[in-house]
Design a protein around this ligand. Structure first.
Ligand SMILES: [Fe+2]
Length: 183
């Protein structure tokens, strides 16, 4: 397996762990416990910013190579990429409902429960689609030189697109969230 795919799968696994933390927190909230605002804020920070800074740029570069090598499989993958906007939209809705609760507005608890459920289910389906359609297509179709180009850019600390420093910081944040979530 290419190192690039291994990194993307690891990102997905980390996101899935956070979705589990979020699900537990929201379940407690639905049972009447108050929300841990710091935890939810950290989760939102990670979920809204990490993919955009550290994950999608890599997928975009892979998609470009895939489309150049195999137009039909590139088009199928591009279709999955449309989900990225929907995920952002669902994440923003979740964030809005959370802000209302934080400001002590009278919001029915189900509104947050539903917002998180929609976000979580869509994101899980999306990651599965990438893992079953997009990643295998790239593995099959990309040339070794395509992977070399992507890996070189990933390894370049100065590359502004790939945000290696941000990647490191978000790994640290991930660890903190998981520790908080276990309390
Ligand atoms: Fe992804």
């Amino acid at each position: 397996m290419s190192q690039v795919i291994a990194k993307l799968l690891e990102d997905h696994r980390r996101m899935t762990v956070l979705l589990e933390v979020l699900e537990r927190e929201v379940k407690r909230f639905s049972e009447g416990v108050s929300l841990n605002f710091f935890l939810v804020e950290a989760l939102l920070d990670y979920m809204m910013n990490f993919p955009q800074k550290c994950h999608h740029p890599i997928e975009n570069l892979m998609l470009r190579s895939l489309s150049a090598r195999d137009e039909a499989r590139g088009a199928a993958a591009a279709e999955i990429f449309r989900d990225h906007d929907v995920i952002t939209h669902l994440g923003m809705h979740f964030s809005d409902v959370f802000q209302q609760i934080k400001l002590q507005e009278q919001v029915p608890r189900e509104l947050l429960v539903d917002a998180v459920q929609d976000y979580r289910e869509f994101l899980l389906r999306h990651m599965e689609a990438e893992e079953t359609i997009f990643f295998p297509a790239a593995e099959e179709v990309l040339y070794p030189s395509d992977w070399d180009v992507i890996e070189t850019r990933l390894a370049d600390k100065g590359d502004p697109v790939f945000g290696r420093e941000a990647d490191r910081q978000y790994r640290a944040l991930h660890k903190v969230i998981v520790e908080w979530g276990e309390r």
